[in-house]
Design a protein around this ligand. Structure first.
Ligand code: AHR
Length: 506
């Protein structure tokens, strides 16, 4: 039978936080250099910012930007990136086996965000090779108005007003053994608590994100959250989650597409597990404080496959090499859309999220040096969800769907969906059909008394689920109007047909 979503206006999950549409700019490969920043490109402004990229970022609807890493931040000296550009050192970037020229740093990032329309900056401090003192120095430099050594240095470097950064990440993926300065949960929790206390002595109103697990499948998952939250609970506002999905290669060379299509199920369970750890800690500590989830890295990523391999060799440290330049398929975009639905469904617990990353590096936007910028397949679900859901309220999803069986996650619903009441009174529904071969009829029961006059749907679907957008063919995959949509105003229903492997916005 048809999958069915009952939209009940009386039951709300949460307002949609603008920060759910955050993204991530790391000093990694060509995200910064030859991505957002390319002096001399015909489209670049006098600061070297590519205007064509900024236009796409605006169309994408990305909000808060996490910066400067990622794994990069765990070896980063923020001072290298401020002051006259000709004096800035070239350094080894151990995370990505590259050379960091430091021609782009905090001031450039803040200026770029202004040029992009005033997006918020979410800054990460280095708790890998560094610690409390450097975190405090950076906060003084960024947020104190003036009259001290570091705040005056910022002013001398051209930023008279403080950057006034609200959101701060206390390190990055400190649970991962690949992380420079990787720590045990006990050691990290103790350090994060002392850094949080110190930062609040400078600026009590900062919003702090403590590192959760790098993925749902880490051996330390669960215990890490418990230990770290126990030590930091009342001092932080968020705990992070990171998750990347891809269709895993099987011994016979095929990929597990069936499980991949259900990645949203895993993300949903991940969020529920971390929420449980937060609640348990809150209860144990008898705290009145709330900690939310910052899902500050999520995407499809063909991790450990080309082109994600680091350069090698003691004499080989390239500047901005092509790294993690995944080219996304139509199927990837459908799973990606499902991840966005999942974030929305959990909007009561997830108050911020960052699509990793923004340009060139596992990104919705690609560029060529001296050449064009274009949209990957994943661009479309992000831009449409951001456009329709921003400012809205997520309604409790009452969804009935058939199921299918996956090797990895067992039995899962074929259709996933969520409804958002728009700021303008519209009802917006996002839906995926996870089936690889079956079309699904989908019925939406509109809220009682909602006088629908018009219904529209756009679908991302390709008969070739591996179709993608490339430099040669930049507009191969895009959204198409879904003409199967039928509004029955008398009965308050909308019906639409969802092709196999498709994402739809109604
Ligand atoms: O986004 C790419 C990398 O993935 C980040 O640097 C790191 O935090 C994560 O492992």
């Amino acid at each position: 039978g048809a999958a069915r979503l009952v939209v009940d206006d009386d039951f709300e999950i949460a307002p949609v936080n603008d920060r759910l549409f955050g993204s991530f700019v790391e000093h990694l490969g060509r995200c910064v250099y030859n991505g957002i920043y390319e002096p001399g490109h015909p489209e670049s402004d006098e600061q070297g910012f590519r205007r064509d990229v900024i236009a796409l970022v605006q169309e994408l609807g990305a909000t808060t930007i996490r910066y400067p890493g990622g794994n990069f931040v765990s070896g980063y000296r923020w001072e290298d990136g401020v002051g006259p550009k000709e004096d800035r050192p070239r350094r080894l970037d151990l995370a990505w086996h590259s050379t960091e020229t430091n021609q782009f740093g905090l001031h450039e990032m803040a200026a770029w965000l202004q040029a992009a329309g005033g997006n918020e900056l979410m800054e990460a401090v280095n708790l890998g090779t560094r610690g409390l003192e450097e975190a405090l120095d950076l906060l003084e430099y960024a947020n104190v108005p003036g009259g001290t050594e570091l705040s005056d240095r910022r002013r001398a470097n051209g930023a008279d007003k403080p950057f006034d950064i609200r959101m701060w990440c206390l390190g990055n993926e400190m649970d991962g053994n690949w992380q420079l300065g990787h720590k045990s949960a006990e050691d990290y929790g103790t350090l994060a608590a002392s850094v949080a206390r110190g930062m609040r002595q400078i600026d009590p109103d900062v919003e702090l994100v403590v590192c959760g697990s790098s993925s749902h499948v880490m051996d330390t998952f669960g215990r890490w959250e418990e230990t770290v939250l126990e030590k930091t609970y009342d001092l932080v506002d968020f705990i992070s989650c990171h998750a990347y999905y891809h269709p895993e290669l099987q011994p016979d060379g095929s990929r597990d597409m069936v499980s991949f299509m259900a990645a949203g199920v895993d993300m949903d369970n991940f969020i529920k597990d971390v929420a449980a750890a937060i609640d348990a800690t809150k209860a144990r500590l008898k705290s009145n404080h709330d900690v939310f989830i910052s899902f500050d890295e999520w995407n499809v990523w063909y991790l450990n496959e080309e082109p994600s391999k680091n350069p090698e060799g003691i004499g080989n440290w390239p500047v901005a090499p092509r790294l993690l330049e995944d080219i996304y398929t139509a199927a990837d975009a459908v799973v990606f859309g499902d991840l966005m639905i999942t974030l929305l469904k959990n909007a009561d617990r997830v108050h911020a999220a960052s699509l990793a990353q923004l340009v060139n590096v596992i990104a919705p936007i690609m560029t060529e040096p001296g050449g064009p910028a274009w949209r990957q397949t994943t661009f479309f679900p992000f831009s449409v969800t951001a456009k329709l859901a921003k400012g809205g309220t997520v309604l409790e999803p009452k969804l009935a769907s058939g199921t299918f069986t996956t090797p990895r996650y067992g039995e899962v619903p074929v259709v996933n969906s969520v409804a958002v009441r728009g700021a303008d009174g519209t009802v917006n529904v996002f839906a995926v059909n996870r089936s690889l071969d079956e079309t699904q009829e989908f019925e939406i029961k509109l809220p009682k008394g909602f006088a629908a006059t018009q219904a529209e749907a756009q679908t991302l679907h390709e008969d070739d689920i591996l179709a993608c957008n490339t430099l040669e063919e930049q507009d191969r995959v895009t959204l198409h109007p879904n003409d199967t949509i039928a509004l029955d105003a008398a009965n308050g229903t909308v019906r639409v047909t969802l092709p196999p492997v498709s994402w739809t916005a109604v």
